[in-house]
Design a protein around this ligand. Structure first.
Ligand SMILES: [Zn+2]
Length: 389
């Protein structure tokens, strides 16, 4: 097709559709927003399906910049970014910013879009500079700050992330920001712990609890510190605070507690405490810990009996496997049926995720304090149910 004719068609199809869509709004404002958004999407889809990326890019570069066409420029730029064509999106947004005819009220929006392009392209220094420029801006300041925190988290620049997060607490009490600040402070505490700077680690973990008193990670750090100083009893009782903060992390606390007691304490003395915890916050890990403690203090048959009784009420595959193992011991050797149950149970559990993000559903076998997928703190938690906790 003749290139000039193709251009004319493209310009007419998009621009005409665009302006008709903009001017043909219905009386209801809500309806008009929806239909406008839908028709924008339709027209963009038409554009990107029927023309090459290069043709679309040339078209948008040649399109005049007026208050009526800025949104078209922005939509096409965003579409390129979503398609993974960050370079083209960057060109469109840079071109917009360079045009003196761009109405000044659009500058923050274009700057924000360009920052998102840079983030998508991995040009973090440039993204950082633009996002900093936008901090405090009326419409885009908040979003820019969130992206900036995410960027610093990605770079493990915890101090800088804290500085930005702190600006968000000024004049507004946002529990989400406090949780974020608590966890960012825990990252710093963890670094101090790795360098064996115990004084600083303790100070930071306490600071984290001031931001958010339910921050379980700070409790784990404080318990770890007690253990490093040889205060194993204090470490054991410190970690149990997790049940008051967020009992969903109880299984993690029990794992740590049992390790401490096996190495430095006495598992058999935990029976009463574990029983009380199990009555309030039952989990498979807690039940197995209780059974281990009873086995040490009252013998294998009492422990197996307790396990059988608890599994009737709250069944779990891990619990069943333990029972099969214990019963095998009782009868003086594993039966064929016992071996089969064990084999099938292990198959059921192999490759099962142990943790899931309550915000985005990301699942894995490792506990991440920061969800690798949605970048929320403390949302990845032990999975509940027959095959898990
Ligand atoms: Zn998530």
């Amino acid at each position: 097709m003749d290139i000039v004719f193709q251009w004319l068609l493209l310009t007419a199809a998009v621009a005409a559709g665009w302006f008709v869509g903009r001017s043909g709004q219905s009386s209801s404002r809500a309806d008009s927003v929806i239909s406008d958004e839908e028709s924008v999407r339709d027209r963009l889809q038409f554009l990107f399906t029927n023309y090459s990326d290069q043709a679309v890019e040339n078209f948008v570069q040649s399109l005049a910049v007026t208050p009526d066409t800025v949104n078209l420029h922005l939509s096409i730029g965003a579409q390129f970014r979503q398609k993974g064509e960050s370079d083209r999106a960057i060109l469109i947004h840079q071109n917009l910013l360079a045009r003196p005819e761009l109405p000044s009220r659009f500058s923050p929006q274009v700057t924000y879009e360009l920052a998102l392009d840079y983030l998508a392209a991995g040009l973090l220094d440039r993204a950082e500079a633009l996002l900093q420029e936008l901090m405090g801006e009326r419409n885009y300041g908040l979003r820019a700050s969130s992206h900036l925190i995410e960027l610093y988290q990605r770079e493990k620049e915890w101090d800088k992330a804290c500085d930005v997060a702190r600006t968000l607490t000024v004049g507004a009490e946002d529990p989400g920001v406090n949780i974020q600040l608590a966890y960012l402070t825990c990252e710093k505490a963890d670094e101090a712990l790795n360098q064996d700077d115990r004084w600083r680690a303790q100070k930071l973990a306490r600071e984290a609890l001031e931001y958010d008193k339910t921050c379980v990670r700070a409790t784990f750090i404080l318990s770890k510190l007690q253990s490093r100083q040889g205060n194993y009893k204090a470490a054991s009782s410190a970690v149990l605070k997790v049940f008051d903060q967020n009992p969903e992390f109880g299984p993690e606390a029990i794992d740590w507690l049992m390790n401490l007691e096996r190495e430095h304490g006495d598992v058999s003395r935990l029976g009463k405490k574990l029983r009380k915890l199990y009555d309030n916050w039952p989990s498979t890990t807690l039940l197995l810990a209780l059974v281990e403690s009873v086995e040490r203090s009252a013998g294998k048959s009492a422990a197996a009996e307790l396990l059988r009784e608890k599994l009737e009420v709250r069944p779990s595959v891990r619990g069943l496997l333990r029972l099969v193992e214990m019963t095998g011991f009782e009868t003086g050797g594993s039966t064929d049926e016992g071996r089969l149950v064990r084999q099938i149970g292990q198959l059921l559990l192999s490759d099962r995720p142990l943790y899931r993000c309550v915000n985005c559903g990301f699942a894995g076998q490792q506990l991440h304090w920061l969800c690798p997928s949605c970048k929320h703190w403390e949302t990845v938690r032990p999975i509940q149910g027959v095959e898990a906790e």
